[in-house]
Design a binder for this molecule. Structure first.
Ligand SMILES: [Zn+2]
Ligand SMILES: [Zn+2]
Length: 305
């Protein structure tokens, strides 16, 4: 797709029309140059919702966010009606880790994530439930709940409008949340501790073995989501095509419509009235400049037909 077409598809997004019913479609964006710059990037990408990291996702060293940057982000979001905003928790955080040192770092790390999410006025904090290697799944689940409770203890959480979203994983051994059933169990365990809901990732769902592609498979996958999680609890769909085969348990994201899933599952999800309340956020690769806008445009086009 040429630069001109990218521009046009970005501009084709209806500005205000149907604000209440229009799908919230966005992409994970960089905050390079200041956290608020992500809102500008969202607008450039034709997105009306976004996800960011609030700190480097691969180091334990936390970034502090200047209050004026947080205010600028909030006012830009309000001005341009960009939301909800999700923050993805650092990949290093593992709230059900058997090793004490990493567990302590994870609890402090998650606490920092929650503090920054509160400061930035984010709606969602997306968390991978972690790896329980060395324990039973039940022990891992209990430890995750305890660690999250410790992370948020004493923070001004009430009425902040922030929820932790448990993301389903690709079903690898020892990783918590590889099935809808596990995600549902975890949410039930965490409910008394924190405001929790769910983020489902299309790529993770597909490589975990669920069928989103065939019509009957999609219906069955939806039945399982309803049974174990509930449609209402799904606040975000991470929209990623997959490089690996269904059931492979390999987490490699691909551009929408260009992977082993193809465009059809995304078209179905975007038109599914049971997810009318959800935000659709791509975490697709950035192989060349403009790829964020290209994937948003693809999702918008699928939502429109
Ligand atoms: Zn994801
Ligand atoms: Zn992934």
């Amino acid at each position: 797709m040429g630069e001109q077409n990218k521009q046009e598809s970005g501009l084709a997004v209806p500005k205000k029309a149907g604000r209440d019913t229009a799908r919230r479609i966005g992409v994970h964006l960089s905050t390079s140059g200041g956290v608020w710059t992500a809102v500008d990037r969202a607008r450039e990408a034709g997105a009306n919702t976004l996800q960011i990291f609030s700190s480097s996702p691969r180091t334990w060293r936390p970034t502090s966010i200047a209050p004026k940057d947080a205010e600028k982000l909030k006012s830009l979001r309000a001005e341009h009606d960009i939301g909800p905003m999700a923050i993805h928790v650092s990949y290093l955080v593992n709230v059900c880790c058997q090793g004490d040192e990493v567990l302590q770092k994870s609890i402090l790390g998650l606490r920092g994530e929650v503090e920054r999410a509160l400061a930035l006025g984010a709606e969602y904090l997306v968390l991978h439930p972690g790896s329980f290697r060395g324990m039973t799944r039940e022990q891992g689940m209990a430890l995750a709940a305890e660690s999250i409770a410790r992370s948020i203890d004493g923070l001004p959480w009430q009425d902040a409008g922030l929820s932790i979203l448990i993301e389903n994983t690709c079903g690898a051994e020892f990783s918590l949340g590889g099935s809808f059933e596990q995600v549902g169990e975890l949410v039930a365990v965490l409910k008394p501790v924190a405001p929790v809901a769910v983020c489902l990732d299309t790529c993770h769902t597909h490589v975990a073995g669920y069928d989103l592609i065939s019509e009957e498979g999609y219906a069955e996958t939806m039945r399982l989501i309803d049974q174990h999680i509930g449609f209402e609890a799904v606040r975000v769909w991470h929209c990623n095509d997959a490089k690996a085969a269904r059931g492979s348990k390999l987490d490699r994201h691909q551009h929408i419509g260009e992977g082993t899933m193809g465009a059809e599952p995304f078209r179905r999800l975007l038109h599914d009235p049971r997810f009318a309340h959800a935000a659709f956020i791509a975490e697709t690769p950035v192989d060349e400049p403009g790829d964020e806008a290209r994937n948003v445009a693809t999702l918008r086009a699928l939502a429109a037909r």
